[in-house]
Design a protein around this ligand. Structure first.
Ligand SMILES: [Zn+2]
Length: 283
C-alpha cells in the first residue's frame, strides 16, 4: 500500500510534464491585511499530551468554547491526570498539522473546551492525507505528503484502516494517462463537518458580529473538474476578502453580510482541495 500511495506522490511530476492546467484559483494577485496577533503569549495544556505549551492566545474568564459555547475554566493538569471537560485549550484554524515545518508564526488560535478539542481525534491527520493527495497539489502539499503522510503517518503505521480504504480507491484519471486520483467513495461528511468547524473558528476570530452559533451551515466539496456553476461561484467568491496562512497551505475567500447574518466562503488547501461553506441564521 505504501507503494500505491507513493504512486500518487509521483503523479504530480507526471502532471507537470504534461503541462496539466488544473483551473484552481491562484492567490498571486491578491494582497490582504492580516489580523494582528490575537493576544499576548501564554501557556496552556495540550489536550493530547497533557504537556504545557506556549501559545499566543491568553485565557480570560469570559472565554467560551468556539464550538459548544461552554464557559471555559483555566486548569493545569499533569500528564495523564484527568482534566475538566470545560478546561481551556487552544484550537488552530485551520489545524496546525497541515503546515509543513517550520510552521508560520501567525496561525489563528481560538479558545476551545477540552471535550470539543478531543472529539474529532485523528481528523487533522486524515484531512492532511486527503488534502495533500491530489496530483495537482502545490509545493506545500508535496512537503506535507513527504514529511508527514509518508514520513510520519505511514512510517508509524497510524490510520491504517483509513489508508487501506484510500489506497483501494485509487483510480486512473480519465483521459490523462499516468495520472491517478484517490478518494472516490471516501466518506465525505467528515470533511464537510471539519470545514464547518474551521469556518466557525474563523468567524470567531475575524467576525465577532456574526452569531454563527445560531446559524445553519452547509459545505460542498469543489470537484477537481468543477462544473460551470462551481467555477462561477469561485469567480464570485474571489472578489471577496482574502486570507492566507502558510505559503500556499491554506487560502480562503469570503463574503460576509453582517446585517443579514450570513456568509459564503471558499476554503482551499495546497491549491488542490477545496470546499464552499455557506451559513445563514436559522429562522
Ligand atoms: Zn466545546
Amino acid at each position: 500500500m505504501n507503494g500505491r500511495l507513493r504512486m500518487l506522490s509521483a503523479t504530480r511530476a507526471a502532471a507537470r510534464r504534461r503541462n496539466y492546467q488544473t483551473g484552481w484559483p491562484s492567490a498571486d494577485s491578491f494582497a490582504s491585511p492580516r489580523p494582528g496577533d490575537l493576544a499576548l503569549r501564554a501557556y496552556c495544556v495540550n489536550p493530547r499530551s497533557g504537556k504545557l505549551r506556549t501559545v499566543k492566545l491568553k485565557f480570560n474568564p469570559n472565554m467560551r468554547c468556539y464550538l459548544c459555547d461552554v464557559q471555559l475554566k483555566e486548569y493545569s493538569v499533569k500528564p495523564k491526570e484527568q482534566t475538566l471537560a470545560e478546561a481551556f485549550t487552544v484550537d488552530h484554524v485551520p489545524p496546525e498539522g497541515l503546515f509543513p515545518k517550520p510552521r508560520p508564526g501567525d496561525l489563528i488560535e481560538v479558545p476551545c473546551c477540552f471535550v470539543c478539542n478531543n472529539r474529532h481525534s485523528g481528523f487533522d491527520e486524515r484531512l492532511r492525507i486527503v488534502a495533500s493527495m491530489p496530483f495537482d497539489r502545490n509545493e506545500a502539499g508535496q512537503r506535507i505528503l513527504d514529511q508527514k503522510v509518508i514520513g510520519s503517518t505511514l512510517a508509524k503505521e497510524r490510520q491504517m484502516q483509513f489508508l487501506e480504504k484510500l489506497a483501494a480507491s485509487i483510480q486512473a484519471v480519465p483521459g490523462r494517462p499516468g495520472l491517478f486520483r484517490a478518494g472516490k467513495g471516501i466518506r465525505n461528511e467528515e470533511y464537510k463537518d471539519g470545514m464547518i468547524r474551521i469556518t466557525k473558528g474563523l468567524l470567531y476570530a475575524l467576525h465577532p458580529a456574526i452569531d454563527y452559533l445560531g446559524s445553519a451551515f452547509t459545505a460542498t466539496e469543489i470537484r477537481q473538474q468543477s462544473s460551470d456553476e462551481q467555477r462561477g461561484r469561485m469567480t464570485q467568491l474571489m472578489r471577496g476578502e482574502f486570507l492566507e496562512r502558510g505559503h500556499g497551505v491554506f487560502r480562503c475567500w469570503r463574503h460576509i453580510d453582517e446585517s443579514r447574518q450570513r456568509g459564503a466562503w471558499m476554503l482551499i488547501f495546497y491549491e488542490c482541495y477545496g470546499f464552499f461553506v455557506f451559513h445563514t441564521r436559522e429562522t
